[in-house]
Design a protein around this ligand. Sequence first.
Ligand code: NI
Length: 327
Amino acid sequence: MQKQYWKTICGFVAVIGLFSGCNRVNNPEEIAMLQEQSNAIMAMATETVPTETTTTPETTTVTTTTTTDLYAPFIDYDAGIDPDKPMVALTFDDGPSEHTATILDVLEQNNAHATFFVVGENINTYTGEHIKRAASLGCEIGSHTYDHCNLTKASAKEVDNTVKKTDDTVFDLIGRYPYWLRPPYGSFNDDVRLQIQKPLAFWSIDTRDWDTRDTASTVNTVLNYIEDGDIVLMHDFYAPTAAAAEQLIPTLIEQGYQLVTLSEMAYYRDFQLENGMLVIDMHPDEPSYYPTPDASNNTTTVESSSEEMTETVPCEEAMCTDSVESY
Ligand code: NI
């Protein structure tokens, strides 16, 4: 059974705080110092759980319906991904938008994959084509809810609705459902995780591209911090981010990284996914994640500052300020 590690809430929030400041650091000495601090906090925050030994009787699973496939993770088994070589997952939230096409162009030119966490409301006749194209290129389509709502502020019914509406919209386009969900604003709690019948994706590198709107900052943040198994947070809603992707994708490949979907990374790293799990990174020796919560425990809410939080409003109104723009 896979070793289980996870961060305490306090350590986790502290680390997010550090990453949140990454874009403002340009001095290499400061970067090294921050990285050291980050590592120290991560080390302190890491709890090692005794490895459970469970005896699982061997079973033979026979898949006889296509229903399973409709919910399958997005894995291109013919992409030539080498599990022994470094890999990273670039992820783009809040789209699709007109800038998604630029990112798809550079992914296609480099035979690279990424994961797009789409907002259902942003899907229209025009942007829907980007989703179809992304899927055809081997990219993963994840859910970022239908209306970019703060799931911890929404009722159970609203959570169900916003997830289902996105699932159905994506299904209508590509004939399959999103496997992962990324909670808007990085906001989640145990109730939300238990309710959403998907693994949840967090990130280990926060470019804060939505805040800086600066191509060089986005590129530098990734290149300064990237390591094997990282999950990089960007937003395909901004032109500077698309320009950053044009630089980052070939550069990361030159540096020896395979650019894979989240599901490919989990598959090739033998990382066991479960619904309700929240994955921060898939570093080869010490992946960071919250395991699926125990339904009997009290809930804990985590709010990340990674995305602009507008205010506490009902689900249907809780939009990213910038996502309201239309085409
Ligand atoms: Ni978002």
